[in-house]
Design a protein around this ligand. Structure first.
Ligand code: COA
Ligand code: AMP
Length: 630
């Protein structure tokens, strides 16, 4: 078995394995060793190397004679346009924007926030930062001004690169007021912005502070690639944790290059020149790794898709994109397929297109339910590979190494550990569970190249969140089991993180917002099952005695507050006013029991419950929301 041999070669000598993979990257100064253990359990990879990400993603392909190959295809069914940019054009565009950033005072290590929709300029902006060693932090467009402000205060960027608007089906979202609002709210003051004006909704620019994307680049000398140390942060990507303060996942430059390059052939089975498409958003880790960096580092053409799986214009849009651009490997979240299946249950629209270029579909971002996998296999006629990873790892932890050897698919399992990952299922005391039994999924340290070395400005939080529960292991926050063949099954989160349409959100953050309502005495937010989005947040609030406002008014306020503070992406619409929340005698809210009631699942009434009668109140409260069974 080729996979077993490769995995064993990594197990036997991780240093040699990663040094060999590092040879596929262009270094300014190659690493003299792979792993630095001097600060264990904090590890660094290729720390003594000098390298540049933009050079590896762009310039080296031009130098190798691939300048005329298309690097980016932008396909926007929302605007009805398709455009292409070659590697030579991408090099010129990134060097120009990087030159403008440099001329405006951005230097190695400075942070730049990017808040843009799915346009090729978003990729140019990311690469332009990488070109001069600036650290970008991309914020998803579905987050509201408050979330943007939180990230501004944590990352303390010198600049924001934004666009005038984003386009959702049937709705143009003015981004500039959100950027202005965030700049206003944040304590940290940014020096300037660069704004891409889109024809659909241009915006006003404040002279001296806001710079037009094109005007700011006029006449500037293009910037060369600036070498950075192997452990220099390539970017910071904020992700949801258990509190309202998002975690700033740091991506180290050299490990990122080596790890992503490895996955392109070994997991996604594409060769340089092939077209790779990840239907996600640049604001998420999938977008970072597989819309921007992975395909470009490996010399693939990447598709930047501005649309939705349905409604732009119909459930056949994915098949059209695969056909038109001859996509070889395709990656999206299961929720996108559930949306297509809902609109076109028999998958009839696929018959209108020729998707013979496609070799496989890859799913991640949330648990892939068996129905969705089976449906996708049936209508697409290609292997469907579930794979499991996290923002923290930046690439696959467990997957099907189809480029090495396509392992048999076991539906419900993202398959097996990739080289670099030693996956364990632990009990509460940190002992390995017997095969087949459910426990916390933990990864033996060190994590492989490209994974987070720390959280931005929060080393203590990094240690506390990930390295403390199981000393010597990284705690993934997921629960699951391994079978006798080493296949992993990822079942649920062990914390307050929920997954809504493949978007990672924190119920704790929503609770913090609800508890700020003057009429709310107490609240709980849980993740309930949803046939389309996988999970949806559901809130329960207890109001203050004597409030003069009606329950309906309070509910409307709560929904608006979450939308205004976190953003529409929170999809927070289910909420009930209750007299009491179910608690243990020591006062802990029984959120898991509430989830079981809403999902109409079997559960045991916890022995520690204070008053079991409260459960009936919860049952009654979820019914009008369409939950709790019939
Ligand atoms: N900018 C502004 N608003 C955005 C946005 C963006 N980039 N992305 C989403 N939103 C808004 C939506 O318009 C929607 O607003 P509404 O409440 O006014 O309708 C809200 O945020 C929720 O969006 P979403 O969760 O995407 O739901 P949806 O109903 O619009 O679409 C799916 C559902 C399943 C079609 C869509 O989520 C999808 O394609 N997901 C799969 C792919 C994916 O991106 N996965 C991410 C990680 S791989
Ligand atoms: P994110 O950091 O947004 O990529 O979310 C990571 C989380 O999404 C993981 O910790 C899991 O809870 C969930 N997840 C991602 N991929 C899968 C998968 N293939 N199967 C089950 N859960 C997944």
């Amino acid at each position: 078995m080729a996979y077993a041999k490769i995995y064993k070669s990594w197990q036997d000598d991780p240093e040699a394995f990663w040094m060999a993979e590092a040879k596929k990257i262009d270094w300014v100064k190659p690493p003299s060793y792979a792993l630095d253990i001097s600060r264990a359990p904090l590890y660094r990879w290729f720390a003594d190397a000098q390298v540049n990400t933009c050079h590896n993603a762009v310039d080296r392909h031009v130098k190798a004679g691939r300048g005329d190959q298309v690097a980016i295809i932008h396909d926007s069914p929302i605007t009805g346009t398709v455009s292409r940019m070659t590697f030579a054009e991408l090099k010129a565009a990134t060097a120009r924007l990087a030159g403008a950033l440099r001329d405006k005072g951005i230097a190695k290590g400075d942070r730049v926030i990017i808040y843009m929709p799915m346009v090729p300029e978003a990729i140019v902006a990311m690469l332009a930062c990488a070109r001069i060693g600036a650290v970008h932090s991309v914020v998803f467009g579905g987050f509201a001004a408050h979330e943007l402000a939180v990230r501004i205060d944590d990352a303390t960027p010198k600049a924001i690169i934004g666009a005038s608007c984003g386009l959702e089906p049937g709705r143009t979202i003015a981004y500039k007021p959100l950027i202005d609002g965030a700049v206003e709210q944040a304590k940290h003051k940014v020096d300037f912005t660069i704004i891409l004006q889109r024809d659909q909704l241009p915006c006003d620019l404040t002279p001296g502070f806001d710079h037009d994307w094109h005007a700011v680049q006029e006449g500037v000398a293009p910037a060369a690639c600036v070498p950075v140390a192997g452990d220099h942060p390539a970017y910071i990507l904020y992700t949801s944790g258990t509190t309202g303060a998002p975690k700033g996942v740091v991506r180290p430059t050299a490990g990122h290059l080596v790890a992503l390059n490895w996955t392109m052939k070994n997991v996604y089975n594409v060769d340089p020149g092939d077209v790779f498409w990840a239907a996600s958003d640049v604001g998420w880790v999938v977008g970072h790794s597989y819309i921007c960096y992975g395909p470009l580092i490996h010399g693939n053409t990447t598709v930047v898709f501005e649309g939705k799986p349905v409604g732009t214009p119909d459930a056949g849009t994915f098949w059209r994109v695969i056909q038109d651009h001859k996509v070889k490997s395709f990656f999206t979240a299961p929720t996108a397929f559930r949306a297509i299946k809902r609109d076109d249950p028999k998958g009839e629209l696929i018959g209108d297109y020729d998707i013979s270029s496609l070799r496989a579909l890859y799913l991640a971002g949330e648990r892939a339910d068996p129905d969705t996998i089976i449906w996708a296999q049936k209508i697409m006629g290609v292997p469907v590979y579930d794979h499991w990873w996290q923002t923290e790892t930046g690439a696959v932890i467990a997957g099907n190494p189809a480029g090495i050897e396509a392992l048999p698919v076991k539906i419900g399992s993202p398959t097996v550990a990739m080289p670099g990952y030693d996956i364990h299922i632990l009990d509460a005391a940190g002992q390995d569970m017997p095969v087949g039994e459910l426990g916390a999924i933990a990864i033996k340290l060190p994590l492989p190249p490209g994974t987070l070395p720390t959280l931005w400005n929060a080393e203590d939080r990094f240690i506390k969140s990930y390295l403390t529960t199981f000393p010597g292991y990284y705690e993934t926050g997921d629960a699951g089991r391994l079978d006798e063949d080493g296949y992993l099954y990822v079942m649920a989160r062990t914390d307050d993180v929920i997954n809504v349409a493949g978007h990672r959100l924190s119920t704790g953050a929503m609770e913090e917002i609800l508890s700020n309502h003057p009429d709310v005495a107490e609240c709980a937010v849980i993740g309930v099952s949803d046939a389309l989005k996988g999970q949806l947040p559901m809130g329960f609030v207890c109001t203050n005695k004597g409030t003069t406002r009606s329950d309906d008014e309070i509910i409307a306020d709560c929904i608006r507050m979450v939308r205004d503070e976190i953003g529409p992406v929170a999809a927070f619409k289910l909420i009930a006013v209750v007299d009491r929340l179910p608690k243990t005698r020591s006062g802990k809210i029984l959120r898991r029991t509430m989830v079981a009631i809403a999902d109409n699942a079997d559960f045991k009434v916890p022995a520690t419950i204070d008053d079991p009668a409260v459960l009936d109140e919860i049952r009654a409260a979820v019914k009008p929301l369409g939950y709790g069974g019939t």
